[in-house]
Design a protein around this ligand. Structure first.
Ligand SMILES: [Zn+2]
Length: 132
């Protein structure tokens, strides 16, 4: 038995290749996009997809640049708060981003502390040398 495929001819003049969600019509099997009786459903699906696509594009276009400093951490935290409050990102994404920001902040703090300690060690060493 051959695989069922949508029998419609597309605007480009080739046969539609969709093989899922077919329904038998008077003109043969039709996918949701080529089934006149499911036109409304298809429009709703496209609209839903369109909304998703634009909101995704919007969130990536105004995302702050990758954090490099503690100031950037503040910028990111503010962005996450605004984005989750306005529904630009969902709470799951907000949680993940917040965790990543915390990790970054903690990393910066540890690094800076280690640098400071190293400087103090050198100062102590030179002071000891001077007093000896
Ligand atoms: Zn089709």
């Amino acid at each position: 038995m051959a695989t069922k495929q949508c029998t419609a001819i597309t605007k480009k003049g080739v046969r539609c290749t969709i093989q899922v969600n077919l329904r038998k019509t008077d003109e043969g099997y039709r996918c949701i996009h080529h089934d006149p009786k499911r036109a409304e459903q298809a429009t709703a699906m496209r609209r839903k997809g369109g909304i998703k696509a634009t909101s995704r594009a919007r969130t990536t276009s105004d995302v702050p640049p990758a954090p490099e400093t503690i100031d950037d951490v503040v910028t990111w935290s503010a962005w996450v708060a605004m984005s989750v409050a306005t529904g630009k990102i969902d709470s799951k994404v907000a949680r993940e981003v917040t965790n990543a920001i915390r990790q970054f902040q903690s990393g910066i703090e540890k690094r800076d502390l280690a640098r400071e300690m190293q400087e103090l060690r050198l100062q102590v060493k030179s002071l000891k040398k001077r007093s000896a």
